[in-house]
Structure formats: structure tokens, C-alpha cells
Design a protein around this ligand. Structure first.
Ligand code: ZN
Length: 186
């Protein structure tokens, strides 16, 4: 749970720290606004990804399931600046599948936390693998980090790509290629 009082006090102090006057009209409600926003953008911290993946349906199929272009917004834990992009998830079921909305919800749980892209990729792969007992999982995330584009080296458009493989995807170049090609096609 977000401690709104603490966030509000911190935002006020932060504004003072950068040389602002937290009592000037435009900033008066900023601490309260930021605290409310934190409930949204960091709300994933109090959520268990298993909650979305626990409702499963039996399926005979053990063929590849791919859900791609899952848009997400997250916050880089090193700079507290946004990073955003698309997550792509593939899994090979072992007798059970989840509803199609559940994978995007799982992405949300991990995106709505202070995060680094590498870790988020692994967390999604592990959550799908363990909750679904899937035979194989592959996750690819492509994202733009505003800490790279609006500060520091300032290279807008730079994309960071991370991948994680589990089970039957590990060391199986053919399967990985199939997934990456599906992600590329429209
Ligand atoms: Zn950063």
C-alpha cells in the first residue's frame, strides 16, 4: 500500500531541494497529485501476479501461444523516470491456458513498480512458467527509456530489447526464431 502522507511530505521536500517554493500557487496541490498518481503507477507492488494467472482453462493444445504488442508503462528504479514500450509473450501450454486478457494484466503487475527492464522480463517469464506450469516460455520486451532520451546521452528513439527463455525455448533456436518472426510480422 502507498503511504500517501509520506509521499506528500517527500514531494514537498523534493520541491524545496530543487530550489522551488512548494507554497507557490501552481505547486500547492502537487504533493497530493503525485501521491494519488503513485497509487496508480506503483500499484503493482501490492499485487500478486498469480492472482491473474490462477484462472485457467483446460486445452488439448500444446502448440505455441503468442500474445504480442502488449503496451506498458513502467518507472526506471535508477532515475524514477518512465520507460515504456511493448512486451511480447509466448508460451507452450501443458494442458491448460489462461484467458487472453490475463497476460497483459500480468505485465501490468510488474510494470507498475520501480523496475528495470531486464528484471521485469525475467519476472514475467517466471510468473507464466510457474503459474501455468507451461512447457516453455519466451518473453521479449522492447522499450524506450526516458532516462536515456531526455537526460544523460539524450538519444531519442533508442530501443532497449531484453529477452528471457524458459523450458522448451531454452537453447532451441528454431522456436526462438518462430517467436521473433511472429513478433515482427503485423
Ligand atoms: Zn534509468
Amino acid at each position: 500500500m502507498i503511504d500517501k502522507e509520506k509521499v506528500m511530505a517527500a514531494v514537498k521536500l523534493f520541491l524545496e531541494g530543487i530550489g522551488e517554493d512548494p507554497n507557490r500557487e501552481g505547486l500547492l496541490e502537487t504533493p497530493e497529485r503525485v501521491a494519488r498518481m503513485c497509487e496508480d503507477i506503483f500499484g503493482g507492488m501490492s499485487e500478486d501476479p498469480g492472482m491473474h494467472l490462477s484462472k485457467q482453462f483446460p486445452a488439448q493444445s500444446s502448440e505455441l501461444v503468442i500474445e504480442k504488442d502488449i503496451t506498458f508503462f513502467s518507472t526506471c528504479e535508477h532515475h524514477l523516470l518512465p520507460f515504456f514500450g511493448k512486451a511480447h509473450i509466448a508460451y507452450i501450454p501443458d494442458g491448460k491456458v489462461v484467458g487472453l486478457s490475463k497476460l497483459p494484466r500480468t505485465v501490468e503487475v510488474f510494470a507498475r513498480r520501480p523496475q528495470i527492464q531486464e528484471q521485469m522480463t525475467i519476472q514475467i517469464a517466471d510468473a507464466v512458467e510457474s503459474n501455468l506450469a507451461a512447457k516453455g516460455v519466451m518473453v521479449m520486451i522492447e522499450a524506450e527509456h526516458t532516462c536515456l532520451t531526455m537526460r544523460g546521452v539524450k538519444k531519442p528513439g533508442t530501443k532497449t530489447i531484453t529477452m528471457a527463455t524458459r523450458g522448451l525455448f531454452v537453447e532451441n533456436q528454431e522456436r526462438q526464431k518462430m517467436f521473433l518472426e511472429a513478433v515482427k510480422s503485423c
